[in-house]
Write a protein that binds this ligand. Structure first.
Ligand SMILES: CC(C)(COP(=O)(O)OP(=O)(O)OC[C@H]1O[C@@H](n2cnc3c(N)ncnc32)[C@H](O)[C@@H]1OP(=O)(O)O)[C@@H](O)C(=O)NCCC(=O)NCCS
Length: 396
């Protein structure tokens, strides 16, 4: 018998086309609908990038104004969603809170919509659902952080753009322009990254013709893991453990001796550096200067140079974004929910793309369990034997 060609983790397997983004590890580039992500981060608000991911083109002034109008109209958390969030234990991970909130939003929206045969929705319905989820997620994430700190929620402001309003709802004060800009850039860098684990999860769920909310809930579950989105949170734990730049060498000696994975380093696709890191590192530098925290940059640089020198493994986007979110004032537990708020744009773009040329995603596996065996005293029923006979005949 020939050994099956198993691609563990689907590494290197191309499963479909996508026109949404192109990750090119050879040229260290990432394009959203053809535009380099660095150019988008430097020039666009996240709302325009969301429009681009969903529609294929950047919006003109009128289209952006229209999207912003809808987005601003759907920023507030509905009361029953807030009440449901309050049922989630305060010491549960906020990703569980976000997952629960999206699940309820989906159930509310789809209530009375008929049989599962209609679950996947029309392109118009799905675009509308995508915009509404994008609009409400900041309030959910901001409320989570405030709730854990024992603070009252802050209502959204419709005179602020997405990024500024997100910070307003989290901290209850207007953020400085340099902070809004760094935050907006981070959200654009997180928005989309082809067939990563959470996006692929969303596409698998969509491929069964389930609904957009179910696909997003599944994607949130996949993003929570520390090998994926949870890494930005894990980076901060590492920074806390190390303490300061001069401890890096000794800390790394021990971590490597214990065969620990150093979070924020390495990538399944990029093996010579993550294309998004320089842009996010520049944003982190502006924050370091703004908050006058040079020791953060010193620790960042020391760990990066020491780890690259020893292992030749480069930082990924989570490495600079973790400390950046910490400087802005987000709790470490809030980092991965921030990733959800950004990535929902990419997930929903992929959900809509999957539906335009859907094929059920159903790979095969090679069985390596026990040989066929039987329950003592069981007498096979004739119908089952007939099916087995038919299968044998068909196999030839
Ligand atoms: C992202 C990640 C899962 C990619 O994994 P992958 O493509 O399957 O690569 P592997 O995990 O097989 O790594 C290949 C080798 O590099 C090592 N390696 C990769 N990333 C490492 C890290 N962050 N720390 C220590 N060693 C690492 C592996 O241990 C493995 O070594 P080995 O060949 O001696 O067993 C992996 O790099 C990782 O766990 N990184 C930390 C988590 C993280 O930052 N995730 C966010 C990704 S955007």
């Amino acid at each position: 018998m020939t050994e099956p060609d198993i691609k563990k983790g689907l590494a290197g397997v191309v499963v479909d086309y996508t026109a949404i983004s192109k990750v090119n590890p050879e040229t260290n580039s990432l394009l959203y609908r053809g535009y380099p992500v660095q150019e988008l981060a430097a020039t666009q608000p996240l709302e325009a990038v969301a429009y681009l991911l969903w529609n294929g083109e950047l919006p003109d002034a009128e289209q952006l104004a229209e999207l912003r109008l809808t987005e601003r109209a759907h920023r507030a958390i509905p009361d029953d969603v807030r009440t449901t969030i309050d049922l989630v234990p305060l010491d549960a991970h906020p990703m569980d809170e976000v997952r629960t909130a999206v699940s309820l939003i989906g159930a509310r929206d789809l209530a009375g919509s008929g049989s599962v045969l209609d679950a996947s929705g029309s392109p118009e319905q799905n675009l509308e659902r995508s915009i509404r989820l994008f609009a409400v997620l900041p309030a959910i994430v901001a409320y989570g952080q405030r709730r854990r700190r024992g603070l009252e929620p802050v209502a959204p402001r419709d005179d602020l753009d997405y990024a500024a309003n997100f910070l307003w709802m989290t901290f209850g004060e207007e953020a400085d322009e340099v902070v809004v800009d760094a935050f907006n850039r981070s959200m654009i860098l997180y928005a989309e990254h082809s067939f990563n684990a959470s996006t692929f999860t969303a596409r698998v769920i969509t491929s069964t013709l389930s609904d957009l909310y179910s696909a997003v809930v599944g994607a949130i579950g996949a993003l929570k893991g520390p090998l994926h989105g949870g890494a930005n949170e894990a980076v901060l734990h590492i920074f806390d453990e190390i303490g300061s730049a001069e401890n890096v060498g000794a800390w790394l000696d021990q971590a490597l001796a214990e065969k620990r994975k150093i979070m924020g380093f390495g990538h399944r696709v990029y093996k010579r550096g993550d294309s998004r890191v320089p842009t996010m590192k520049a944003a982190l530098d502006t924050l370091v200067e703004h908050y006058d925290r040079p020791e953060v940059a010193a620790l960042y640089d020391a760990l990066e140079s020491e780890f690259v020198a020893r292992k030749g493994i480069y930082p990924n986007l989570d490495y600079p974004s973790g400390p950046a979110y910490n400087l802005i004032g987000f709790d470490t537990l809030t980092f991965t929910p921030l990733f959800v708020a950004a990535r929902v744009t990419g997930w929903t773009a992929h959900i809509m793309e999957q539906l335009t040329s859907n094929t059920l995603i159903r790979p095969l596996s090679e069985y390596n369990g026990p040989d066929e065996r039987h329950i003592d005293g069981y007498v096979a029923d004739t119908a089952a034997l007939e099916v087995a006979d038919r299968a044998e005949e068909a196999a030839g």
